[in-house]
Ligand binder design. Structure first.
Ligand SMILES: *Cc1c(COP(=O)(O)O)cnc(C)c1O
Length: 395
């Protein structure tokens, strides 16, 4: 069993976090609304909104909380139907249920992007859409926004794993009405847990702020939108999904690292992808033309592999030191829609299912060196050789 590069560990938190955290430890000032102004959470909201090019941001306890609050902030009635991709993380249908809405799944193609024919067909009786930029893959946002705008259907972007990606040069998360991001440890900015939503819509912002837990007049610490906030005062439930100052201090210290993480993550991805694409049995789908990616992982499809060969490939890659996840083949995988039994009846999505049975997933953090990337490419390419040669040998 070869030992490959460690792809699971996060990067160390930059030293610049220490001064702020030391201050928080000394003062005990961990709650975002204790200080009269400029708490670390408020500063994070201002910096994040400015950086992404959005008017408003609300920091919350997770991206799941951000998705839930987005649906609530849109004022969707109970049992509203919300279209989501059939390839996403279980947190997405869960947030829809949490908001008392009904998830409607649509097909995803073997390039990991929403199947636009199926998307359009399912739009007719939905009241909102959540687009998951799953593993940072951007679906055809031009068509999605045009179809949804024609029908006045609000679009929420689940950009949990897509921070730093752009579409026609515009930041992902600013294309729809609301964009949601995660600060969980596997994402671009790591606070262990946390999330943030961004929007240009003053009413949605005011509603999300209050429902996130800005009780009494704490909304005054979110800027000067007096009319919007007083309109919703005492009219909305307080779900208390706030972020703590400690988490915000951790995220803020990493914002200066973002450009480097995006640049190196993209270079690493493209380097390994070019190697894998030289093998006829492996295929890394191309990004759509308007997309500039910010990957921290790599997905590729196995071409002309039986299920037995796929399992043999996985075992060979593991023995070579590189664990590969095939979304549809691991038991209870949270990204395989047939495991979302909590949503009730699970639809038949043959395209998405076929993709999940051959789509391989490896982590590829920005901190990896060229030698480590070469190790990974070699491990995968020789795993293919082992499986396909063995097959020829046994006829
Ligand atoms: C991680 C992730 C989420 C959930 O984020 P949390 O902050 O853990 O709630 C949702 N959607 C996608 C695509 C993700 O990658």
């Amino acid at each position: 069993m070869a030992i490959g590069p460690n792809v699971y560990d996060a990067e160390p938190i930059p030293d610049s976090a220490r001064t702020e955290i030391e201050h928080l430890l000394n003062s005990g000032d961990l709650f975002r609304y204790t200080a009269s102004a400029d708490s670390p959470v408020s500063l994070l909201e201002q910096e994040f909104a400015k950086r992404l090019g959005a008017r408003y941001a609300v920091a919350v306890s997770s991206c799941s909380a951000a998705l839930f609050l987005s649906l609530k902030a849109l004022g969707l009635p109970r049992d509203a139907r919300v279209l989501i991709p059939g390839f996403t993380f279980a947190a997405v249908p869960s947030s829809v249920l949490h908001a008392d809405c009904i998830p409607v799944l649509c097909e995803v193609g073997d390039n990991y992007r929403i199947d636009m024919v199926d998307f359009e067909a399912r739009l007719k009786d939905v009241q909102a859409v959540i687009i998951s930029h799953m593993r940072g893959h951007t679906s055809d946002m031009d068509s999605i926004m045009a179809l949804c705008n024609q029908r006045d259907i609000p679009v929420i972007e689940d950009a949990a794993h897509s921070l730093g990606t752009t579409w026609h040069g515009k930041n992902i998360g600013t294309l729809g009405k609301i964009g949601c991001f995660s600060f969980q440890s596997y994402k671009m900015l790591n606070a262990g847990e946390g999330g943030i939503l961004i929007t240009d819509d003053e009413e949605i912002f005011a509603r999300a702020v209050i429902m996130s837990g800005a009780y009494e007049h704490n909304w005054k610490k979110h800027g000067h939108l007096l009319n919007s906030f007083t309109r919703w005062q005492n009219k909305l439930p307080l779900y208390n999904q706030r972020l703590s100052n400690l988490s915000a201090a951790l995220v803020r210290a990493q914002i200066p690292e973002l450009a480097r993480r995006v640049r190196d993550g993209r270079a690493n991805h493209d380097y390994v992808a070019a190697h894998l694409n030289q093998c006829a049995h492996l295929h890394v789908p191309e990004a759509l033309a308007p997309e500039e990616r910010a990957p921290d992982s790599l997905q590729f499809n196995l071409a002309a592999f039986s299920e037995a060969e796929t399992l043999a490939f996985q075992a060979a890659a593991r023995a070579n030191g590189v664990p590969v996840q095939v979304f549809g083949l691991s038991t209870d995988n949270a990204r395989a829609f047939w495991n979302w039994q909590f949503i009730g009846e699970i639809p038949d999505l043959p395209k998405t299912r076929a993709m999940l049975m051959k789509a391989c997933d490896i982590r590829l953090p920005a901190r990896l060196t060229r030698a480590e990337l070469d190790f990974i490419s070699e491990a995968l390419l020789s795993a293919v050789d082992e499986v396909k040669t063995a097959r020829r040998a046994t006829g």
